[in-house]
Design a protein around this ligand. Structure first.
Ligand code: ASP
Length: 352
């Protein structure tokens, strides 16, 4: 496996080294004047979530109310096939959801993993935080807990997500007895197997500087039953420190689980990095480790997977970054709600 060279890093516009030193381009980050919030930041699929979060904050809701109300829109939406209802299932065709929440003022955290049949795992994660002395419940225990709190079970597999799973299963091997439908007879979006991952992370700050965050996902599509990604792991898919800021992640959970990215981003902000610089610093650190991960690095030693970070600090400054050019993240800065360009380390996606 070839080693990553500094040249690769420096190829990205002003270059990651300059960014980390605080002199380079700011893709989408901002240093707003005035009070820190209300503001909300989310992954690229979270524009409706940031809008809702700021609406809730303006109506007097707390930051945790705000981010959960925001992501509930996406969890409930069958068209988003990476989160909640309609999320792509595991290899057995069963949707298993992961989510975490963190509340800045109390430094409370709650999470669920491998939760089946409940479309709003973020709300169950909040109850784990508020109504147990635990932080993380998984599988049947998480379901039992949700049912005890009155959540209703429902089949989370939509016709579309089932068809995508069937397509994946039928095209997996020519050494089994599954025969794929002819490509021409398939709806356009199923001709090739759909994108296999996605998640929503949403972070918010209110006018008095109180922070909260949530990350919710159906995880990696076609995963082994019981696989848990980074999203429900505090410090990996989400971390909030009310004195410093909040960070969250989307992308390949296994890469994040090995590097504890969200905690490190918040820690970097605590040592003076802007949100965007902190995201880029930790991306660099993950890229350096990825050189040792067979199958997760291209011939030039660059990561061959996606990982994106989002961060919001105590002052209301925000940033988002991924390995590759072209990423977007959602920001409501208190006056407008829009997608912004994410900062990045690499100019082009590696050919696969
Ligand atoms: N981070 C999620 C997971 O690994 C998936 C994603 O964001 O694409 O479960």
């Amino acid at each position: 496996m070839a080693a990553c060279t500094r040249r690769d890093f420096l190829r990205a516009g002003a270059g990651a080294a300059a960014l980390v030193a605080g002199t380079g381009l700011r893709a989408g980050g901002a240093e707003p004047p005035g009070p820190a919030g209300p503001r909300a930041v989310a992954s690229g699929n979270g524009l409706r979530a940031t809008d809702k979060a700021v609406e809730v904050l303006r109506a007097g809701g707390g930051p945790l109310d705000a981010v959960i109300a925001g992501v509930n829109i996406v969890e409930d939406d069958p068209e988003d096939m990476s989160v909640g209802y309609g999320g792509l299932p595991n290899e057995d065709g069963v949707v298993e959801l992961d989510a975490s929440v963190m509340d800045g003022p109390t430094h409370g955290a709650g999470a669920v993993a491998s939760l089946r049949n409940i479309k709003n795992p973020s709300r169950v994660a909040r109850l784990v935080m508020e109504r147990t002395s635990h932080v993380l419940l998984v599988g049947p225990g998480a379901l039992k807990f949700a049912l005890a709190h009155g959540f209703e079970e429902e089949d989370l597999l939509t016709d579309k997500s089932r068809a995508a799973w069937l397509r994946w299963k039928e095209t997996l091997s020519d050494r089994d007895n599954w025969v794929p439908a002819k490509a021409e007879s398939l709806p356009e979006q199923l001709r090739s197997v759909l994108s296999t991952h996605g998640t929503i992370n949403c972070l918010a700050i209110d006018a008095s500087g109180r922070l909260a965050g949530v990350t919710t996902t159906s995880g990696l599509a076609w995963k082994l039953a019981g696989r848990v990604g980074d999203s429900p792991i505090i410090g990996a898919g989400l971390y909030v420190d009310n004195e410093i800021g909040a960070a969250g992640s989307t992308g390949l959970g296994e890469a994040n689980l090995r590097t504890c990215a969200s905690f490190r981003i918040v820690d970097a902000m605590g040592r003076g990095a802007t949100p965007e610089q902190a995201c880029l610093q930790v991306l660099e650190a993950v890229a350096a480790k990825a050189k040792r991960w067979p199958g997760l690095c291209d011939a030039e030693g660059r990561p061959s997977f996606g990982l994106e970070f989002y961060a919001l600090n105590k002052k209301g400054e925000f940033g988002g970054a991924g390995f590759f050019e072209g990423g977007r993240y959602a920001v409501h800065d208190g006056s407008e709600n829009k997608l912004r360009e994410a900062a990045y380390l690499y100019k082009r996606r590696p050919a696969r």
